[in-house]
Design a protein around this ligand. Structure first.
Ligand SMILES: Cc1cc2nc3c(=O)[nH]c(=O)nc-3n(C[C@H](O)[C@H](O)[C@H](O)COP(=O)(O)OP(=O)(O)OC[C@H]3O[C@@H](n4cnc5c(N)ncnc54)[C@H](O)[C@@H]3O)c2cc1C
Length: 515
C-alpha cells in the first residue's frame, strides 16, 4: 500500500499531493538537504492553476506570485519604453475567464514548491525526507527494491514500495539505473540557443536590485510583464520577475566559457536593465542546457517516470513545470485507484499512452527557435487537455454513492454517502471527486442512478473497476447542463481530472474521448 516518490520538484510534489489526497501512504525522498531556493519556472498555466485550485491552494499560490501581464516585452533595455509587447503562450484574460474558473499566474517555482510541501505536512500518511538520496534501484519478481542513503548520517536503508515514481529530474538516476535511454527530439533549422545563438548553453543569474526608496517596478510603472527580452547587444538576454524583490537574468552562454565574477554579472545586469548606476546584488548564478530529449519509455514494471525525468524541455514556451505537474496528477490518481483497489492494474497502462504524446509535443516545440511564440488560444486548448467544460453552477444537488470508504478526498471531500446542495461561485470543475463524477441535468429523476454500469466504465478507462470506486453524482441546473452538452435525461461521467469517460443519452451510452 505504499508509493515511493523520488524527488521533491514539481513532478514529485504533484504526484505526492494527489496520492495524499486519496489517502495513499507515500514516502517522498529528496537528496537536497532543503528545498531549492532557485525560482527557475515562473509561468504557471491555467490547467496547473486549476489543479492547485482543486487542492484548495489557489489563494496561497497566487499570493506568492507577481502581478504581471502574460505577455513578453521586447526592447533595448528593461526600463526603456521604446519596445513592444508581444503575445507568447499565455491566453488573453477575457478568453480564460470564459473557459476556466481560474487564470494563469506568474509564481516562482520555489514559492510554489513551498506551498505544496507545506500542504503535504497536513497528511499523517505522507512523509517527506530531505537529505535522503536514492542510491540504487532494482526490480525482481515484480518487487521494487530501493536503496536510500541518509545524507547526514550516511545510514543506508532498503525500502520495498509497491510502486516507485521517478520524479528525479532531467538527469534521472532512476531512469539510468533501469537502462531507459533518451533521444534528442530534433527541432527546426534555426538555432536552438535562447536568443538564437548556436550554443545550447544558457546562464541564469538571480539578483536583487533595490532602488533608493523603491524598486524596479516603480520605474516600470504600468509595463508589468512576465518576461522582458533585452535586445541591446552589450547585454542581450531575458529578465524575469521572480517574486520577493528578486529578478532572473538569462543569457545565451557558451558552457565552455569561464564563470564570470559577480562584478561582471552585476555590470551586465545594470546594462540590461538600462540603469548604468544600478548596483545589483547577485544571489546565485548557474548554467543549464537547452537540451530537448524524450525517454524511450515512461515505465519499467512498477517504476514510472514523471516530469523532466521523462521529457527534458528547454524553458522556451514555459511548459516544463506545467507538464511535470500534469504528469504527476495523472499518475497520482491512477496509482491511487489501483492501490486502493478501485481499479485493476491495467489502468496504469494509460499513463504512458496519454502522457507521452503530450510530453513529446511540448518538448519538440520547446526545441524550435521561435517556440516561445505560439497561438495562445491553441495553447490554452492543449493545456486544458480535453477536460469537461467549465461553467458556473447556479445550483447543484447530489452526493456520493457508497464505495471508497477508506479512500476518498482526504481534504474536504465526501467520504461517506450524503446529500448536499451547492450554489454560488461553484464551477463544474469544483464538483469533481476523487473517484468518478456523474453529472446530469435538472430533469434527471435520480442523478446517482445515471452512472453507466462498472463494466462499461472500466472498459472506457482501460481497466476493471471494482465496487469500491466512489461515484459522486450531481444534478445540475439547466444552464450548466446545457453548457456541458448534457441532453435531457442523459448524463456525463467524468474521471478525477474531468475527462469524460462515458456520455449517455436516453437509449444511448457512448465511451467519451479519453484523449
Ligand atoms: C532557467 C529555467 C527557467 C524555466 N522556466 C520555466 C517556465 O517558465 N515554465 C515551466 O513550465 N518550466 C520552466 N522551466 C523548467 C522547470 O523548471 C522544470 O521542467 C521542472 O523543474 C521539472 O520538474 P521535475 O520535478 O520533473 O524536476 P526537478 O525540478 O529537477 O526535480 C527533481 C528533483 O529530484 C531530486 N533528485 C534527483 N536525484 C535524486 C535521487 N537520486 N534521490 C533523491 N532525490 C533526487 C533533485 O534534487 C530535484 O529536487 C525552467 C527551467 C529553467 C532551468
Amino acid at each position: 500500500m505504499t508509493v515511493l516518490v523520488v524527488g521533491a520538484g514539481p513532478a514529485g510534489l504533484a504526484t505526492a499531493v494527489t496520492l495524499a489526497r486519496h489517502g495513499v501512504p507515500t514516502l517522498v525522498v529528496e537528496r537536497r538537504p532543503e528545498p531549492s531556493p532557485l525560482p527557475r519556472a515562473t509561468g504557471i498555466s491555467t490547467r496547473t492553476m486549476e489543479l492547485i485550485r482543486s487542492w484548495g491552494l489557489e489563494e496561497r499560490v497566487r499570493a506568492a506570485g507577481v502581478d504581471v501581464r502574460g505577455q513578453a516585452w521586447i526592447g533595448p533595455s528593461l526600463v526603456s519604453p521604446d519596445g513592444i509587447a508581444l503575445d507568447t503562450v499565455w491566453p488573453h484574460p477575457d478568453v480564460v475567464a470564459r473557459l476556466s474558473p481560474t487564470a494563469p499566474a506568474c509564481v516562482p517555482q520555489d514559492a510554489l514548491e513551498a506551498v505544496l510541501l507545506d500542504h503535504l505536512t497536513g497528511f499523517a500518511h505522507v512523509e517527506v525526507r530531505f537529505g535522503t538520496e536514492l542510491v540504487a534501484v532494482r526490480q525482481a519478481d515484480g518487487t521494487v527494491e530501493a536503496t536510500l542513503r541518509d545524507g547526514g548520517t550516511g545510514a543506508v536503508t532498503v525500502f520495498r514500495p509497491d510502486h516507485l515514481v521517478a520524479a528525479d529530474g532531467a538527469r534521472s538516476p532512476v531512469r539510468d539505473a533501469l537502462g531507459i535511454e533518451t533521444d534528442d527530439v530534433g527541432g527546426d533549422d534555426g538555432p536552438r540557443g535562447m536568443l538564437g545563438s548556436p550554443w545550447l548553453g544558457a546562464r541564469a543569474t538571480l539578483f536583487r536590485a533595490p532602488l533608493p526608496g523603491g524598486s524596479l517596478w516603480d520605474v516600470l510603472g504600468d509595463r508589468r510583464y512576465f518576461i522582458y527580452t533585452v535586445t541591446n547587444p552589450e547585454a542581450s538576454g531575458v529578465l524575469l520577475p521572480a517574486g520577493d524583490g528578486r529578478w532572473l537574468f538569462g543569457q545565451d552562454w557558451d558552457l565552455q566559457a569561464p564563470t564570470p565574477t559577480d562584478e561582471d554579472l552585476a555590470g551586465q545586469i545594470a546594462t540590461a536593465v538600462g540603469l548604468p548606476d544600478l548596483r545589483p546584488t547577485v544571489l546565485r548564478t548557474g548554467t543549464f542546457s537547452f537540451d530537448a530529449r524524450m525517454a524511450r519509455r515512461y515505465r519499467d514494471g512498477a517504476v514510472f517516470l514523471v516530469g523532466d525525468a521523462a521529457h527534458r524541455m528547454t524553458p522556451r514556451g514555459g511548459t516544463g513545470l506545467n507538464t511535470a505537474v500534469h504528469d504527476g496528477h495523472d499518475l497520482g490518481w491512477k496509482l491511487a485507484w489501483v492501490t486502493l483497489g478501485w481499479a485493476s492494474p491495467e489502468l496504469l497502462d494509460s499513463y504512458e499512452t496519454e502522457r507521452e504524446p503530450i510530453g513529446r509535443r511540448n518538448t519538440t516545440l520547446s526545441a524550435r527557435s521561435f517556440g516561445s511564440y505560439r497561438d495562445p488560444a491553441e495553447e490554452l486548448d492543449f493545456d486544458l487537455g480535453g477536460r469537461v467544460a467549465h461553467a458556473w453552477v447556479d445550483h447543484a444537488a447530489g452526493g456520493q454513492d457508497g464505495g471508497g470508504q477508506e479512500g476518498g478526498d482526504q481534504h474536504g471531500g465526501t467520504a461517506s454517502p450524503q446529500r448536499v446542495a451547492v450554489a454560488g461561485r461553484i464551477s463544474t470543475l469544483d464538483l469533481l471527486g476523487p473517484g468518478l463524477t456523474v453529472l446530469t441535468g435538472p430533469d434527471a429523476p435520480a442523478a446517482d442512478r445515471q452512472a453507466a454500469d462498472r463494466e462499461t466504465l472500466g472498459h472506457a478507462l482501460g481497466g476493471t473497476l471494482t465496487a469500491q470506486v466512489p461515484i459522486r453524482a450531481w444534478r445540475l441546473d439547466g444552464r450548466a447542463a446545457e453548457a456541458l452538452g448534457i441532453p435531457a435525461g442523459g448524463s456525463l461521467t467524468l474521471r478525477p481530472d474531468g475527462k469524460p469517460v462515458v456520455r449517455s443519452a436516453p437509449g444511448l451510452v457512448a465511451a467519451g474521448p479519453a484523449r
